[in-house]
Each structure stands twice: as structure tokens, then as C-alpha cells.
Write a protein that binds this ligand. Sequence first.
Ligand code: BV8
Length: 246
Amino acid sequence: MDRLPEDLVNALHRARRIMALTGAGISAESGMPTFREAQTGLWARFQPEELATPEAFERHPRRVWEWYAWRRSLAAQARPNVGHRTLVGLADRVPDFTLVTQNVDNLHQRAGSREVVELHGNILRTRCSQDGGPVTEWADGGTLPPLCPRCGAPLRPDVVWFGEALPADAVAHAWRAAEAAELCLVVGTSALVHPAASLPLVTREHGGLVVEVNPEPTPLTPQAAWSLRGRAGDVLPRLLAAAWPD
Ligand code: BV8
């Protein structure tokens, strides 16, 4: 990634309302496999899209539960990286900053981001597959998935699977921020999953500009005013330092 565009640095410094949308790529430098990278080890033979569905949980509840237990352990071992931390620094400098993530790894919160709009839930939370309510403790009855202490139904991770609706409050919050944003900073997403992938287009429709940070081009690239070919951990700190050199 060579020099940062001057007009982008100025727009960043001047912007009063910014929305950041992050995907699995911002956690790649924390050692988290991105969602579509070939899965490793035991999980290599499965496609994430075929595991992250209600049908998979229905047919193979133990397999799906253990896949999330594996990913939860990866997330717990991972540490937020400079990309996550730079977004905390950005939030301190921009009057109205909203962080929206597709990630379920809780790394933004661990980096210090205070308000994180979680479009796809959070892998550290568990809920009852029947009443949807949160469950923080359960007996180890020897079976997997564990059973809800309230009603006996299998427990599930508090994430949004393919074919499931996103949390209405998160969607409303994200859409409001996208409409109001002067800049939508899109970091580390393949821009394939909807409705999240539509958020930058909402900013554009309302006269805002899209900035993309990704080592690869994506379907969003043609819509971006700036598409910075680089890794989040390299580009984001440089953007922050250039826009706020103090
Ligand atoms: C819904 C939680 C309706 C679980 C996830 C056709 C067209 C449009 C939509 C659809 C369609 N067919 C089906 C749909 C709907 C479907 C969808 O979008 N499918 C896609 C695949 C076409 N969407 C849904 O089902 C959604 N629900 O529509 O419901 C509805 C409405 C009302 C009532 C009932 C139903 C639900 C979608 C949510 C699914 N859950 N995650 C879990 O994590 O296990 S999505 C999953 O993908 C992850 O959350 C992930 O975040 C998300 C997006 O992936 P990315 O984050 O982009 O990650 P990816 O690996 O793809 O890319 C990484 C990127 O990082 C790459 O570009 C790479 O270049 C870059 N990168 C790598 N290293 C770095 C980097 N970038 C920067 N720095 C680096 N170092």
C-alpha cells in the first residue's frame, strides 16, 4: 500500500459522522481464520456456510455446537490487533462514530470499543434454542449441546445463522448510522453477505463516501471512493496518524 490519497486524509479529518463496518479480515492479524478461508484441522472438510445454518444445527447439533466451541476457544486465545485498536482511537477523535461489525469474535470489545453494533451476534454468548433467552450457566449433563436449565431445549450460540433474521435493534442502529455517515469505512469484508453488505451503499445513496480497506478487491470496490489495497493492521494506523498528526 503506497501513499495515502490526500483527499481521503482531509475528508477523514473533517468528517463529523463516520460509520465503520468490519468483517473477519480485521481479525485475520489476530490469528483468527477469516470466515471463508479453508477451515483447518478437524473442520477442514466443512464449508462454514453449511455449518452456520439452523438446518445444520437441527441435523447435527453436536457437530455445530463443537464447531462454535472450537471457534470460541480461538477467539479467547486471540488478542485484538492494531487494526481493532485504531478504530478505538478513531472513535475518540470523530464526533459521531459508529462501529458496526459482522464479526462474532468479541475482539472489538476486548480492544476497548465501547459501543459495538453486532449484526451477527457474539460467539461468547449462548442462548436457548427454544425461547431465545440468554443462558450463562448450565449443568454439564454429559450431552452436547448442553440443555437449557429453564426448558431442557438444546443451547445454541447467540449468533445469526444463514436464513435467520438479524437482530432488529442492531439493523436499525446500523442503518441510521449508514444514512447519516459522511464516510463509511469498510474494513476486512468480502462484501458477500447480506444485508450487511448493503450498508455502504446506503451511505452512498445518502451522499456519503465509501472507503474500503482490503488486500483484495471485492464487489464493493467499484462503489468505493477510495479502495486501499492493504491489510487493516498496516493501513488503519497510517490513516489515523495522517489525519490526526498530533
Ligand atoms: C437473512 C454469524 C433473511 C455466524 C454470519 C442472495 C443474495 C443476497 C442475499 C442472499 C442470497 N442468498 C441468500 C442470501 C441471504 C444470506 C446471504 O447473504 N448469503 C450470502 C452468502 C449470499 N444472508 C442471510 O441469510 C442473513 N439473513 O438474509 O435473513 C430473513 C429475513 C427475515 C426473516 C428471516 C430471514 C444472515 C447472514 C448472517 C450469517 N451469519 N456469521 C458465524 O459467524 O458462524 S455471516 C459470516 O460471513 C460472518 O459473520 C462473516 O463476518 C460474514 C461475512 O464474511 P466476512 O466477514 O466478509 O469474511 P470473509 O472471510 O468472507 O472475508 C474476509 C475478507 O477480509 C476478505 O475480503 C479478505 O480479502 C479480507 N482480509 C483478509 N485479511 C485481511 C483482510 N482485510 C483487511 N486486513 C487483513 N489483514
